[in-house]
Design a protein around this ligand. Structure first.
Ligand code: ZN
Length: 294
């Protein structure tokens, strides 16, 4: 099976303020490599370890962190566990059986990250990737939870574990964007900031009919169209989740098992949307309206 890489675009940095106390949360106990509970590294993870000596290691309830900078790792450990719980709840999943922890590699240095990108033949613009259940993120020292890369990639990872790797592009990216905004706003709300999840309106000229969006196998060619693709995918996930949360969770199960969009839609939302046309009639104004924030 070819290595499947889900590359995140660093398109949508959040402008929220960063809580100052965050870096001191979550003290981590470091472990030597041979004491880690899981040492089954993918080929790409091995390449990351080989970039240079000096990796430090620690574990949280659900993740094994590899890093160079301990304060960054401590901050990230709080975030990843928090995001994990938010996403698992969104997916309506019992997380108690997640026994095999996921590896997260935190690069602190641009030069190391560039070396890893070259060794792994990754796109030079990527700031984080999720590949075969392992995360690789460039996280510069002192970086606080400003960008959405980490929650976006964690969303991909948790989604793949609980729903599967075979969902179409729109659902994979749409869910990651949707969950990431919910993660970030929940993270800030838990720290006393007034923050609500927000979604971006899709420019009318770039709106794709639902059949086209849900059938896309590759990203659009130009930057504006890629941004619109992410926004519209997120809007469709948000629209379905808001219509009926229980139906949405069962829709995800069907999609994870390889159902076509139309079949999963009619099986779970059939009483409301009997066809793509019926869905489109409500969804298009929702996706393109500047007046509706969510
Ligand atoms: Zn992504």
């Amino acid at each position: 099976m070819p290595i499947r890489l889900i590359i995140s675009l660093l398109l949508f940095a959040s402008s929220l303020p960063a809580p100052a106390q965050q870096a001191t949360e979550g003290a981590l106990t470091q472990l030597p490599l041979e004491k880690l509970s899981d040492r089954s590294f993918t080929a790409l993870a091995q390449r990351a370890l080989d970039v240079k000596p000096g990796w430090l290691h620690a574990e949280t309830d659900h993740f094994i962190l590899h890093f160079f900078d301990a304060p960054t790792a401590a901050a990230v450990s709080v975030e990843v566990e928090f995001y994990y719980r938010v996403i698992a709840t969104e997916l309506g999943r019992d997380t108690a059986k997640w026994e095999r922890k996921c590896h997260v590699f935190l690069f602190s240095d641009d030069a190391d990250w560039k070396m890893f990108q070259a060794a792994g033949a990754l796109d030079p613009w990527s700031g984080g990737i999720h590949a075969q259940g392992t995360l690789f993120v460039l996280r510069n020292k002192g970086w606080l939870a400003r960008a959405q890369t980490l929650p976006h990639e964690i969303s991909h990872l948790v989604f793949e574990r609980f729903v599967g790797a075979g969902v179409p592009l729109w659902l994979n990216e749409g869910f990651a964007e949707y969950a990431a905004t919910r993660c970030q706003s929940a993270f800030y709300r838990a720290r006393g900031y007034d923050s609500k999840p927000r979604a971006r309106a899709v420019p009318e000229a770039l709106y794709l009919p639902v059949a086209q969006l849900t059938g896309a196998a590759t990203y659009p060619a130009d930057e504006a169209a890629v941004a619109a693709f992410y926004s519209e995918s997120e809007k469709l996930v948000r629209f379905l989740a808001a219509a009926d949360k229980k139906a949405f969770v069962s829709f995800l199960d069907a999609m994870g098992k390889g159902a076509r969009f139309e079949s999963a839609l009619s099986a779970n939302f059939g009483s409301r949307y009997s066809s793509l046309d019926a869905l489109e009639k409500d969804f298009k104004p929702y996706a393109t309206s500047q007046l509706r924030a969510n």
